[in-house]
Design a protein around this ligand. Structure first.
Ligand code: IMP
Ligand code: MG
Length: 185
């Protein structure tokens, strides 16, 4: 897809802003404040889930005003499709050792729940001191397995969204707000 084509899709009348830049900023500030209160003196490590959460993770990290660290893990489940395949693959593990650490996994969005449940099992096996999950977005209607998210940004309807790190076929991640993608484009 060329830049002109992606711009055309986003500007088409069926693609709408779901969450504005201002709403995202406000929410990130709120989540950062809450996490800082809960983890004061504990030096948590944020584990951003690549690629989708890299922008949210960077903003959230800067909104947490206590000692904390960051690392990344990369998994894949979708390929370039809009539906999950249910199969989660580890593409890159964290470099940091998570044993005895207070770990906070940072997700962009939870849909079926397969990814977060895969991560929970994987990270739990490293014996962290504690393990919590934060996700900017969750699509509750998409749940295929039971899961628990400790810090939730926004609950959204079961539509495909892009922007603020979220992609469709690797595009649209650089949009500053969250859009519902016009699936007929
Ligand atoms: P789950 O395993 O079905 O919960 O899917 C979680 C992952 O799928 C997220 O971390 C995203 O990378 C991707 N994903 C799910 N829904 C969307 C969406 O609406 N737009 C873009 N990516 C999505
Ligand atoms: Mg993701």
């Amino acid at each position: 897809m060329s830049f002109e084509e992606t711009t055309k899709i986003i500007n088409s009348k069926e693609s709408q802003v779901l969450i504005s830049e201002a709403e995202i900023k406000e929410k990130v500030k709120e989540l950062g404040k809450k996490i800082a209160e809960d983890y004061r003196g504990k030096c948590p490590i944020l584990v951003g889930v690549l690629n989708g959460s890299f922008i949210f993770c960077a903003d959230l990290f800067r909104a947490i005003d206590i000692d904390c660290e960051v690392d990344f893990i990369k998994i894949s489940s979708y390929g370039d499709a809009m539906e999950t395949s249910g199969e989660v693959k580890l593409l890159k593990d964290t470099d940091a050792h998570l044993r005895d650490r207070h770990v906070i996994v940072v997700e962009d969005i939870v849909d079926s729940g397969y990814s977060v449940e895969y991560l929970r099992k994987k990270i739990q096996a490293t014996h962290p001191k504690s393990l919590k999950f934060v996700s900017l977005l969750i699509k509750e209607e998409g749940a295929q397995v039971p899961y628990h998210i400790d810090y939730i940004g926004f609950k959204i309807p079961n539509r495909f969204v892009v922007g603020y790190g979220l992609d469709y076929a690797q595009k649209f991640r650089n949009l500053p707000q969250v859009y519902v993608l016009n699936e007929n484009s």
